[in-house]
Design a protein around this ligand. Sequence first.
Ligand code: CAA
Length: 696
Amino acid sequence: MSDAIEYELKGDIAVLRANNPPVNALGHAVRTGLIAGLERAEAEAKAVLIVGAGHTYFAGADIKEFGKPLREPGLPGVCTRIENSPLPVISAIHGTALGGGLEVALGTHYRIAVPSAKVGLPEVHLGILPGAGGTQRLPRVIGAEKAIEIITSGRHVGAAEALELGILDEVEEGDVETIGLAYAQRILDAGLGPRPVGQMPRPTPVDFDSAYVAAMKRGRGQIAPATAIRSIEGACHYDITEGLEHERALFMTLFNSPQREGMVHAFFNERAVSKLPELKGVEPRALKTIGVIGGGTMGAGIAVAALLAGLDVTMVERDAEAAKAGAARVNVILQGSVKRGKLSQSKYDAIMASGFRALDSCDALSEADMVIEAAFEEMGVKKAIFAELDRVCKKGAVLASNTSYLDVNEIAASISRPRDVLGLHFFSPAHVMKLLEVVVADETAPDVVATGFALGKALRKIAVRSGVCDGFIGNRILKTYRSCADHMIMDGASPYEIDKAMTDFGFAMGPYEVADLAGLDIGWATRKRLAPTRDVRERVARYADKMCEAGNFGQKTGKGYYVYEAGKRGGTPNPEVIALIEAERADLGVTAQDFTHEDIQRRYMCAMVNEAAMVVDEGIARRPLDVDMVLLFGYGFPRHWGGPLKWADLQGLDGILADIKRYAMADDFFWQPSALLERLVAAGKTFDDLNKGDTV
Ligand code: CAA
């Protein structure tokens, strides 16, 4: 018997105890152990109890085995073998029974859980569908409609709800193995035998076509949820054997799709991204009290994020009135959290009574462990604030700037303690957005970097290390692909075609919808800031400046690329923009070309990949996965592609390089192929090879 399944006979009941830390994933050794344990139990016991050692029941198939040759016994066969056992087989669940874990539990005949347990079929988040009977057995237990909801959302279902739905038979407080044994004994005492879910009546069909269409729309290009619906449909028409075959065929199409690779890349790297080799063994500094300078949208969002994580926050504004307005912003967000049930009234009361204060002097920050400056984006303003912090803050306090573009080295060099300075680039709204760029300046001390990551963890954000450059990882790459989109507009595409092409690609919003939301004045200010140092060969669209000069800043003024009517969601294309674009094309003597959706997507992505490769080559991002996580968590990049550099690997780097060189024939200033991309293509390697430690 494999060590991953411990076997113990307790009276008439054989206990099969999974011991495969950390999450009892159903790897090959576990599957083999389950079959061997079952065989032994059938020779000497009257019932079988399956339970997990450590924190959890099985949290699913072993995702690390994905992409490797499948080794027998496969999970579907294990579940069927359990279901066909002549002995009653009972699952006792604690922690999580997810994916293959819940499928094993549905293969067993009776299920009991502790109240804190969660169950679910989250496979769609890995680009696949439940492939070990989940789409056949779950609908037999809870009906097709509910199964569609649970499988396509992949959500975790709490024990109480699972009991109500019938996924669980009993929920009981106590040690999981003890309650499982007692339940198994009750089943034996009652003379109950096996109760195979596969033999239950087929579920009643629902309107699968409508559900499929809705899932395709919601998935924005992701195919797994809709494919899972077709598999559930099979449960209504086939017996269990045919249904499992149908499920297997659909599972394999997803398993072999690039989307599965993209989703698994995202799963592992969102966990890997904050584990920096250079921080191994480096202890972060103490982090209990935080100062936030600035009570605007960003400052208030940062304050709320910190307060919700249990940190003590002092906000500082330039005068009493501004401090009052900042406090009011924090209050509005927190009250919203209470209304939505995200924050209890008692926690809110405690925060407002002692966790938060807004004042008008930096002197209040003398005891803060960390201060995050979120003031106006201008070097002079930042330097003045840092000089003040240098004067008042205690020794060892971490001094952070939330700048989006400015040179953190210059800020650090302006005070007496540059080793304590770093950038912490939050994304708006800071209490919602998951990404945090931890910007490491030349002099930043390792334990200050570690403290930046510790803050990210406390705030439950995806923290990514970035070096210093204009825009850091994310905004620098954004600037390039936005420029590429602007060039396409000058050459013949419309902003609306570009938005449509990129939402079809899977982005939540197109670049011009985003620009309207963020405010067109932001890009305008950046263009003005960069104008004095701009290379004469750079193509810059002037029509966007004209929109701003006319006072059209996007959603906040009711007009931008789109026109927004009060009370209506979304906008309609603004005809004035098309007129401005056409006038500029006429001025420049440009004849508009046709761009297909595919042309737009390809150019946009090539620009993103090329700049991202430069960012990696320069060491601004240490690994391609850092770029991928920045784009996924800060810029709405579709998760099923894993990130732009994973997307590039999946398309083939040689084709991307060839296209960049083709585009360069018309504009060799913008389209300068990244040297790293050239080296990777020459060596026949991928970006993911670099993630695994390879070099070129
Ligand atoms: N396979 C392999 N490794 C896994 C894993 C899995 N199914 N689930 C988690 N891990 C690993 C993580 O990568 C992590 O490793 P590192 O410490 O090296 O980074 C470690 O286990 C702990 O995971 P978390 O940090 O995520 O721990 P947590 O306590 O925050 O969350 C969890 C635990 C809720 C189980 C979460 O890990 C999770 O959601 N896991 C994925 C569950 C899942 O998707 N299961 C379905 C698998 S697909 C399937 O089963 C297909 C099928 O039908 C055949």
